[in-house]
Ligand binder design. Structure first.
Ligand SMILES: Cc1cc2nc3c(=O)[nH]c(=O)nc-3n(C[C@H](O)[C@H](O)[C@H](O)COP(=O)(O)OP(=O)(O)OC[C@H]3O[C@@H](n4cnc5c(N)ncnc54)[C@H](O)[C@@H]3O)c2cc1C
Length: 293
């Protein structure tokens, strides 16, 4: 099917995009990689009267460490994250996820920020951003605000973006030396959306106790969710098989999936627990913790 008619505006800078969004208000939608928006328009699930294409805005294409954060601009494709040499050795959670999103063709076009703005309940980046304690930098004609990802993610396909506002960047705090993470995903076949997923990031103190844990699950609820109970269980304790099993149970309890052709409610809940267990074990093993496997 063809999309409903729409006006198309090319933005050559963030400011041009913001001016166009301000002029059209709720009628305008940002076009980033187009990997979710264009199919939705073709199926007439979305009928935005105006598209503001940010692809010509080269100033939004950056992927850098600055001011204690990994900063990913709104024009940065998944592919750039996957292939950046400094990611795999230090950003374990992000590196794991970057190769599991869709397929290489989609990753050549799709953007990290676009995925977060789309907030598909089965998307990979929302769970990663929750576990990695990311923040979104949002800009409009009224100014700039920095919103923690917990406040940005509201519900299925819903974020706290306001009319006339665009996301210009997502920021992840740079992990410390004794921090690791892991992303685990079950998919029916390579390139599919998740049946269930888990993202974790953990830090250890000098005594080997857990000093901060981020745990999130995806595809098993209306949107990706932080498993706060698991984070509280982990914090301040030494990693052990029993502790990991308790955290996994908290994830299974929180999961609230819908049944579909990817699996039943019972299966998806069980997988949320299994994936949190695998992700935590993997992250602690990466930090050199023994006796967990
Ligand atoms: C075949 C296929 C398989 C896929 N599999 C997966 C998968 O396994 N896992 C996964 O996570 N995703 C998957 N995707 C989705 C893909 O990752 C998308 O690229 C991503 O969800 C959206 O990013 P985008 O840059 O293409 O955004 P677009 O499609 O351009 O935009 C998506 C939405 O976000 C809004 N938006 C985008 N950027 C901004 C911004 N800077 N500010 C404000 N609003 C913005 C748009 O207005 C639109 O509403 C798949 C897509 C396809 C086509």
């Amino acid at each position: 099917m063809f999309p409903a008619p729409f006006d198309y505006q090319r933005a050559h800078s963030a400011q041009e995009a913001i001016d166009a969004l301000a002029a059209h208000g709720a009628d305008a939608r940002v076009l980033a990689g187009g990997q979710s928006l264009i199919p939705a328009m073709r199926y007439r699930l979305a009928r935005p009267p105006v598209l503001v294409d940010i692809n010509p805005a080269s100033e939004l294409v950056y992927f850098r460490e600055a001011d204690g954060s990994l900063q990913i601009g709104a024009g940065t494709r998944d592919f750039a994250v996957e292939t950046a040499p400094f990611v795999a050795p230090r950003y374990h959670l992000i590196a794991d996820a970057s190769v599991l999103i869709a397929d290489p063709v989609v990753r050549q076009m799709g953007t990290v920020v676009g995925s977060l703005c789309h907030n598909d309940p089965a998307g990979d980046w929302p769970a990663v951003a929750l576990a990695g304690r990311a923040s979104m930098v949002l800009r409009s004609s009224a100014g700039t605000r920095v919103v923690p990802i917990d406040e940005f993610i509201v519900d299925s396909y819903t974020t706290s973006l306001r009319d006339g506002e665009m996301a210009v960047e997502v920021r992840f705090p740079i992990p410390g030396a004794r921090t690791s993470g892991s992303y685990q995903k079950i998919e029916r076949k390579v390139g599919d959306f998740a049946t269930a997923s888990a993202a974790v990031q953990v830090s250890l103190d000098a005594a080997g106790k857990i000093a901060g844990a981020g745990v999130a699950i995806g595809a098993v609820g209306p949107s990706a969710m932080r498993v706060v109970e698991a984070e509280k269980l982990l914090d301040g304790n030494a990693p052990s098989k029993e502790l990991i099993a308790d955290a996994a149970r908290a994830a299974e309890k929180l999961a609230d999936p819908s049944p579909d052709n990817r699996g039943s409610v019972e299966y998806k809940k069980a997988m949320a627990g299994v994936l949190v267990r695998r992700a935590l074990t993997n992250a602690f093993v990466r930090l050199g913790v023994g006796g967990l496997t």
